[in-house]
Design a protein around this ligand. Structure first.
Ligand code: IDP
Ligand code: MG
Length: 136
C-alpha cells in the first residue's frame, strides 16, 4: 500500500546565507520529493521559540532560537512515499560530523547548531509544523 505523506523541511540560516538553498532543493527533487509549497521568510525570535518549544528545557534552547531567527530561512512542505523518514535519512544525523556520506548535513553542515536543515520527526509533528508555517 502506498504511504505518500508530507513533512516540513527548513533550510536554516547558515545554508541560506551561503546560497545553498537551490542546491539543497535540487537534492530533494533528485531524491523523489515533491516541493508542494515553499516560502522564504525570517522568523521573529518569539516565533522560533514557539516552533522549538519541545526543546525549551534544553541548555541550548536560547541559542537555538536566536540562531533560527538570525536570518532568512526557506520553509517547504515536502511530499513523498514515507516522506518523514525519507527526509530524516536524507538529512543525516543532527551532528554533521556523525552524519553519513551523501547526506545533506554531511555535505553542508558546519556544526551541531549550524546543521543546514530541519525535518519533522514524526507524523504528529509534521502536521503541527506544516500548520505552523502554512495554515492560512
Ligand atoms: P534534529 O534537528 O536532528 O531533529 P533535535 O534534537 O530535534 O535535532 O534538535 C533540534 C536542533 O537543535 C538541532 O537541529 C540542532 O540545530 C540543535 N541542537 C541539538 N542538539 C544540540 C546541542 O547539543 N548543542 C547545540 N545545538 C543542538
Ligand atoms: Mg528535531
Amino acid at each position: 500500500m502506498s504511504n505518500v505523506v508530507q513533512t516540513l523541511s527548513i533550510i536554516k540560516p547558515d545554508a541560506v546565507e551561503r546560497n545553498l538553498d537551490g542546491q539543497i532543493k535540487d537534492i530533494f527533487l533528485n531524491n523523489g520529493f515533491k516541493i508542494v509549497q515553499e516560502k522564504k521568510i525570517q522568523l521573529e525570535k518569539q516565533e522560533a521559540e514557539k516552533f522549538y518549544k519541545v526543546h525549551e528545557t534544553k541548555p541550548f534552547y536560547n541559542d537555538l532560537c536566536a540562531y533560527l531567527s538570525s536570518g532568512p530561512i526557506v520553509v517547504m512542505i515536502l511530499e513523498k512515499e514515507n516522506a518523514i523518514i525519507a527526509n530524516r535519512e536524507l538529512m543525516g544525523s543532527t551532528n554533521p560530523q556523525e552524519a553519513a556520506e551523501g547526506t545533506i548535513r554531511k555535505k553542508f553542515g558546519i556544526s551541531i547548531d549550524k546543521n543546514s536543515v530541519h525535518g519533522s520527526d514524526s507524523t504528529e509533528n509534521a502536521r503541527i509544523e506544516i500548520d505552523f508555517f502554512f495554515k492560512s
